[in-house]
Design a binder for this molecule. Structure first.
Ligand SMILES: [Zn+2]
Length: 176
């Protein structure tokens, strides 16, 4: 894992701007320019969107998405191999716009998204979130069958405890 550090973001509101948002890197900081009329929710949504755009432009997410897929493939081979293509995602991507969750899965199109906040966490925690989302390709809901699949990953309980600790420290509950 390449540890992508979270940039310092400076938001500047402008009364002249109406709907346009722009962002640029200024040394270690990222400056995001937004219309003055934006709500706090719009502000945070646009900051995440612009950070994702900047990162994509700089090729960072593209490189680590490949690593993410490689990790997922390895986890399938280790723990879910008898499910064959049923456990194989169409894509696994890092995203920066997922504030309430560590990961998410859309079984209909077999896509998995992983929060960029996992980039700074231990690899065994990332692997837990990956196997959690991969298991959703087989069992969409959080039932006993689902948890039995996730439990094949030996560090599931430890990783869940770790994430609960992180969420508690941040003062916000987070689901995976
Ligand atoms: Zn889940």
């Amino acid at each position: 894992m390449t540890g992508a550090r979270k940039p310092v973001v400076e938001v500047r509101r402008s009364q002249r701007r109406r709907r346009t948002v722009s962002a640029y890197r200024d040394g270690e900081r990222v400056v995001v320019l937004i219309p003055d009329q934006f709500s706090r929710a719009e502000e945070s949504e646009w900051v995440d969107r612009m950070l994702a755009r900047l990162a994509a432009r700089e090729g960072k997410l593209a490189r680590s998405d490949t690593e993410l897929l490689a990790r997922a493939t390895r986890l399938i081979e280790l723990h879910l191999v008898e499910y064959g293509s049923q456990a194989v995602p169409a894509s696994v991507r890092w995203v920066t716009n997922q504030n309430g969750r560590w990961g998410s899965c859309t079984p209909a199109d077999r896509t998995i998204r992983i929060s960029h906040r996992l980039q700074d966490m231990p690899e065994w925690v990332l692997d837990y979130v990956l196997i959690h989302e991969l298991a959703h390709l087989i069992v969409p809901s959080h039932n006993a069958e689902f948890w039995a699949l996730v439990g094949r990953y030996p560090r599931t309980e430890r990783a869940r405890g770790y994430l609960e600790g992180v969420a508690a420290a941040a003062g916000a509950p987070l689901d995976a």
